[in-house]
Design a protein around this ligand. Structure first.
Ligand SMILES: [Zn+2]
Length: 102
């Protein structure tokens, strides 16, 4: 399996939990100068790609295919896993089903 991509996490956006729905609630609640500092940090953090995606797809010599996908966020630990092996050609499966019905 190879590391193919990095993404911004759709769960945490690399932000602390209290900032995940935005920081507008802080505007007017803290001094403007402090809000600008928080805003700058917020914008910097949410750009960082913390999800490493590894995936592999291909065909086997026996005529089947395989798909493997793993993504893990280094910030919040969210993990997405999908794996399927022995995927048969769909058009051949239809012909096999037809033959079995006859
Ligand atoms: Zn995350």
């Amino acid at each position: 399996m190879s590391a193919d991509a990095w993404e911004v996490c759709p769960i945490c956006q690399n932000l602390p939990e209290e900032w995940r729905k935005g920081i507008d609630y802080l505007y007017g609640d803290i001094p403007l100068k402090e809000f600008k500092v928080v805003e700058e940090e917020y914008n910097k953090l949410k750009q960082i790609e913390t999800v490493r995606e590894d995936y592999e797809v291909g065909l086997n010599n026996d005529g089947t295919a395989y798909v493997s996908f793993l993504a893990v966020c280094e910030a919040c630990g969210a993990e997405w896993v999908y794996s399927k092996k022995n995927i048969h050609a769909s058009n051949l499966l239809d012909k096999q089903s037809e033959q079995q019905c006859i």
